[in-house]
Design a binder for this molecule. Structure first.
Ligand code: A3P
Ligand code: MG
Length: 437
């Protein structure tokens, strides 16, 4: 065990390009979005889901102002025979809020030189995993089960408990236990219930293990990426907590917590007045300042820019995750002029949904199979903000076939509008055969 990852405060190797400058991964300068689709009654009520004990005071995070956006499909004004997901949405937003707090604390500790490096481990595929990945999975699992006690809660999630359960995982497990309990004790702040007594190692392993659903075409399950973009997370850069609800193979609700994503774009000229959608929302994250205030939520919409010359495209930071040379060729052929915005995690999806960028492209190496937790929450948020997201063949992503996005044609393309999307899929067709992908 033990990764060779170098942790240096605010280092964002290969991170964001110079513009917009306030997107860099410096936590204290940044804000965070979450997202959902509007449900029957608009923003959820401020009534806590569980009787709130008194607020738990803790260290104020002076100077931090965060935001979140959320999305909930299916409620809809008037119902129209569709199911109302307002309770699920409300729970999901609150749970992700609590998870954001855990992540921020762990990221802070990782960025203190010499203090947190033992909290980063390598998975078999050499990708990093941290106390935050397991901690978030444990609290989301525990909180969802607590909020939906009368239902069978099924969760598909990225992590398993093998490392923590192994003979040399004891110290790591202790850190996860401490992080989880430190977060759950503050659950009432988000209108959620704390456990009656602190969770022990066994309870936490059980909560992590409980997320062992493999999805599929029928029934309801939650999909969780506890820390999407873990590499960005350990580098002090962008990451997201992504929670979605899938019912009969369709994503019906998605929430993205993006604690390092700035609230405002500097120098933005994008307008936010597309009609006909308006079911994705953004709200500030609340930390130590009190309970959630739903009145702070605001609708988000994709950008109205359709001219490639003015469009911004985003893609993964790591070229191992998506071919930068292929997307550069596509960008050139459709007339994109700006440098790509390279961002870790589903923060890219949030950027499209709220109009900070127009295009997202991902072309993984042949043989790589995309997982549903890496896309579900972001896909529904982009769609509800008015955007288009498909595989490179123009087909919707299929969340009904287990943990992988089976049948994905070449890559993933998300755009703020159909015109840009059409151009890019056309360019992929024109250049695919001569590519090395
Ligand atoms: N070889 C590969 N090709 C494509 N995607 C990969 C990959 N290895 C890992 N990923 C996925 O890319 C995600 C990060 O996205 P991005 O590259 O856009 O920042 C990772 O999420 P996790 O960090 O949750 O594991 C992981 O699921
Ligand atoms: Mg991920």
């Amino acid at each position: 065990m033990g990764c060779s990852l170098r942790l240096s405060a605010w280092a964002a190797a290969g991170g964001f390009p110079p513009s917009p400058s306030d997107w860099r991964g410096r936590r204290r300068l940044h804000r965070a979005p979450l997202a959902r689709r509007r449900c029957s009654a608009g923003a959820p009520s401020s009534t806590p889901l569980a009787a709130p004990p008194s607020l738990v005071a803790s260290r104020p995070r002076a100077g931090t102002e965060h935001e979140w956006l959320w999305d909930c499909r299916g409620g809809g004004i008037g119902g129209g025979g569709r199911r109302d997901y307002s309770k699920e949405m409300e729970v999901a937003v609150r749970v992700v809020q609590a998870a954001c707090t855990l992540c921020q604390r762990v990221q802070d500790s990782l960025l203190v030189p010499y203090s947190g490096s033992g909290s980063v481990h390598c998975k078999l595929d050499r990708s990093p995993v941290t106390v935050a990945d397991w901690g978030v999975q444990a609290i989301v699992s525990w909180l969802l089960s607590d909020c939906f006690q009368d239902e069978h809660v099924s969760i598909v999630a990225e992590e398993d408990d093998q490392t923590l359960s192994s003979s040399n995982g004891a110290a790591l497990l202790d850190s996860v236990v401490a992080a989880v309990n430190g977060c759950l004790i503050e659950a009432p702040k988000y209108g959620l219930r704390s456990p009656e007594k602190e969770l022990g190692a066994h309870d936490i392993l059980q909560a992590i293990r409980k997320c062992s659903s493999t999805g599929g075409p029928k029934g309801r399950f939650w999909v969780l990426d506890p820390v999407d973009g873990t590499l960005g997370f350990v580098r002090g850069d962008q990451y997201a907590i992504a929670l979605a609800l899938i019912e009969d193979g369709e994503v019906v609700l998605g929430v993205l917590g993006c604690p390092n994503y700035p609230m405002k774009r500097s120098g933005s000229t994008t307008t936010n007045d597309i009609t006909g959608c308006g079911q994705a929302w953004m709200q500030p994250l609340v930390h130590d300042f009190g309970k959630l205030n739903w009145r702070n939520s605001r609708e988000i919409h994709v950008s109205t820019v359709s001219d490639p010359v003015s469009a911004t495209f985003c893609e993964p930071v790591e070229k191992a995750n998506s071919s930068h040379s292929f997307t550069a060729g596509l960008a050139h052929s459709v007339g994109l002029r700006k440098q790509p915005l390279r961002v870790y995690s589903m923060v890219k999806y949030a950027a499209i949904a709220r109009g900070d960028a127009e295009i997202f492209m991902k072309f993984a190496k042949a043989g790589y199979k995309e997982k549903i937790w890496d896309h579900a929450a972001g896909v529904v948020i982009i769609q509800e903000a008015g955007g288009v997201i498909t595989d490179a063949g123009g087909r919707p992503l299929d969340f009904s076939r287990g943990v992988f996005l089976e049948g994905l044609d070449r890559g993933i393309i998300a755009c703020s509008g159909a015109l840009l999307h059409h151009r890019i899929t056309g360019a992929v067709d024109a250049s695919w055969n001569s590519s090395t992908l």
